[in-house]
Design a protein around this ligand. Sequence first.
Ligand SMILES: [Ca+2]
Ligand SMILES: [Ca+2]
Length: 260
Amino acid sequence: MCHHRLCCAVLMVMCGTGSALSEIVPAVPGDFGPSAIVETFEGIAGVSLPLVEWGPEFITPMSELLNPYVLPSGVVYSSNNPEQARVFDYDAPGYSWGPEAWGWGLSWEGGTIHYQTPFPSGAAFFGAYCGQSSSEPVGTVTFTFPWPVRSVGAYVEANLWPENGYDGVVTLEAFDEFGVSLGQVAVVTDGVTSPWEGPPYPNGLDTWIGLGTHDGAFSIYSIAFHGYNVVADDLMFVPVPEPASFLTLALAVICVVRRR
Ligand SMILES: [Ca+2]
Ligand SMILES: [Ca+2]
């Protein structure tokens, strides 16, 4: 096992094809203030797929997402993959919580995500459910925002099993309103702790990836995650302030100044 071999996430700015106006830069959780909207993937749907038996007692509750699917935050999931993404929810109806409650495996070394794995929020997370073969290209899923955003991030993991071609890399790519790439960042995730090593399973779904711009005025309309079996939770984004708001603010300032 080599959970700790890559325990330090390596963030790489891979390319910045953006316009002269702005440049894609990594964003850290501290960049997301109270105006951030967070998609927690909680309470989205009941179990739409049969509970999976693993031996006589192990089950994983999951729901297949329609394609496209409007998430509670207003973000729209879509994908070109034949395998549709899923929401795994250990609070889902019919789930027994045990006794050992096997979860969904990222890979041997990436670990198994089950109900005792620490999640950023609640008991549910997103699973791309594509890019499962290391002999094929990585899978891609897309999220389109209800409004232009200036920064976006999430907690992610991917298959990590280097000797079998799973590199653990998750790439976050941003697009403008025309679907043109604005640039991307990538992170090597550190997997989750496998059940037989715990409890307390300290290594959760917790590798951060995020991007935005220095000036904060950048408009990102959609993003994609690329990787092998990418899972994610707490997809967060900060909308760009509407021009109308700026105009209202400017007029208010003018009025205040004139009254003095
Ligand atoms: Ca969650
Ligand atoms: Ca982790």
